[in-house]
Ligand binder design. Structure first.
Ligand SMILES: NC(=O)c1ccc[n+]([C@@H]2O[C@H](COP(=O)([O-])OP(=O)(O)OC[C@H]3O[C@@H](n4cnc5c(N)ncnc54)[C@H](O)[C@@H]3O)[C@@H](O)[C@H]2O)c1
Length: 248
């Protein structure tokens, strides 16, 4: 018996990194998994591998910041699975710039991909969850939502926005059988982290109590817990697998 047997999950940004690890962890627990990502080939490769775990799976190519693409992607998942029980809003980007030099385009793209997307994907799956009176929504924030970071004001602002959205929606739907929570990882060894300038990464790892970046497999179990029956009393929470970066 898996913790997610019979559940239908949609993981955005599931083609690589943290999202891919969550997609695999969900499949290991018996969930059908839709891998949504703008990287079509990587999403298809992940879905092919997941199908080896004997669960239903589908890859869907979409840009999570684009309203029409999100609607059509969620429709495709609905056609394949019949419903979405668990949504993981994980897709995200990172760029760096001091505020004084930041272009409006860089700011807008960060808010579009890391914050607007969460609203778009959630709104697309919510009606079905409300109808069935069951759902799990897990939003990927960051420890930087709590503490901020030089060169990442846009990223920290978007991720703090994710927490505000998470808590507010939790109020709206907790009595409808839907839990909404956030995960705030510390630095995790993925392409996103590796692409941050080296000086920034060195500074971050030097100040981190645990002294090393985390692995994607140190984040996925938190998502499994929140998605499963074990997570039923977490409402609007932010869980912090972060190596001690923020001790709350
Ligand atoms: N790695 C870290 O240190 C860290 C720390 C805290 C939070 N996070 C958050 O975790 C999430 C996953 O990050 P990761 O480290 O696995 O990154 P990653 O770059 O390895 O993976 C992100 C995935 O999201 C996809 N994606 C990006 N923009 C998209 C878009 N517009 N539409 C659809 N898919 C898109 C990418 O194609 C990629 O597959 C992000 O929200 C990130 O902000 C990461």
């Amino acid at each position: 018996m898996g913790k997610l047997d019979g559940k239908m999950a949609l993981v955005t940004g599931g083609a690589r990194g943290i999202g891919r690890a969550i997609a695999f962890a969900f499949a290991h627990e018996g969930a059908a998994v839709a891998v949504l990502d703008m990287r079509k080939d990587d999403a298809e490769a992940a879905a092919r591998e997941i199908s080896g775990l004997n669960v239903n799976t589908i890859a869907v190519a979409a840009d999570v910041g684009d309203e029409a693409q999100v609607r059509s992607a969620v429709d495709k998942v609905g056609e394949a699975f019949g419903r979405v029980d668990i949504l993981v809003n994980n897709a995200g980007i990172d760029t760096t710039s001091q505020v004084v030099e930041m272009s409006t385009e860089m700011w807008d793209e960060m808010i579009r991909v890391n914050l607007r997307s969460i609203f778009l994907c959630t709104r697309a799956v919510l009606p079905g969850m409300l109808q069935r009176k069951w759902g799990r929504i897990i939003n990927m924030s960051s420890q930087l939502a709590h503490k901020g970071a030089a060169d990442m004001a846009h990223y920290a602002a978007a991720k703090a926005g994710v927490l505000g959205f998470t808590r507010s929606l939790a109020y709206e739907v907790a009595r409808e059988g839907i839990t909404v929570n956030a995960i705030c990882p510390g630095p995790i060894d993925t392409e996103l982290f590796r692409n941050i300038p080296e000086a920034w990464r060195k500074r971050k790892l030097a100040e981190l109590p645990i002294g090393r970046a985390g692995t994607v497999d140190e984040i996925a179990p938190t998502a499994v817990m929140l998605a499963s029956d074990e997570g039923s009393y977490y409402i609007g929470a932010s869980l912090n697998p972060n190596g001690g970066d923020v001790m709350i």
